[in-house]
Write a protein that binds this ligand. Sequence first.
Ligand code: OAD
Length: 239
Amino acid sequence: MKTVQPYKRIVVLTGAGISAESGIATFRDKDGLWAKYDISEVATPEAFARNPRKVLDFYNMRRRDVLGALPNAAHAALARLERTAGLDVLIVTQNVDPLHERAGTQKLIHMHGRLLSAWCTACDDKQAWDQDISLETTCRSCSAIGHMRPDIVWFGEMPYQMDTIDDALAEADLFVSIGTSGNVYPAAGFVQTARRFGAHTVELNLEPSEGTSLFHQRRHGKASEIVPAFVAELTSGEK
Ligand code: OAD
């Protein structure tokens, strides 16, 4: 059935599942990162205070993994969605990889930070970064030594740009969640916020997420297949 394009303001939340087919590890799948590493040892401010070298090594490894990674058909489809005339699309990603921007997405929030950015805790400057960070790394801005950390939101820290995200969720008429298990708040709560403000809500994931029953509509399969198909339907006006 053909209908007039029903949605104008779209918020898309993405998680590790959208990058899995680009060769980047997810967290909670059986071979995911949290099966091999303990969150409390590599992804908290306390872990960094206790054993900074271990935390830096974990993110150095992950940064190297994304240097040559390429976006897949799902990232490309979302970039096309953004270019569709008449649509206002915001992509909010929990991912710290650079694959949405490599696919051409412009309006993008990295709510959990970015691997390709480093943060100097001495001068507070954030800098584009594609090298390993060590305890001897010098800040390019203030020259302090040993104050660089990954520009990553750790457990117990506040995700970035929450005010902008909340405003967009309140105005959205469509909310789409892609490739996320729905385990980590506040992102896992976005579906409820969007629904409360009247948005239609859709889950696109390999399998039902923790919050799958909160969505009006669900499709399960590989992101590289179901995301392009969903975007094609949306942009042709089919529901
Ligand atoms: P998870 O690893 O928790 O979930 C990934 C989801 O993607 C799972 O539900 C998989 O079934 C699904 N998936 C796997 N391969 C897929 C594919 N090819 N196509 C579609 N879906 C696929 O990752 P996130 O939900 O992103 O935070 O994790 C959220 C946050 O927890 C991360 O940002 C990270 C992590 O701890 C921090 O480090 C702060």
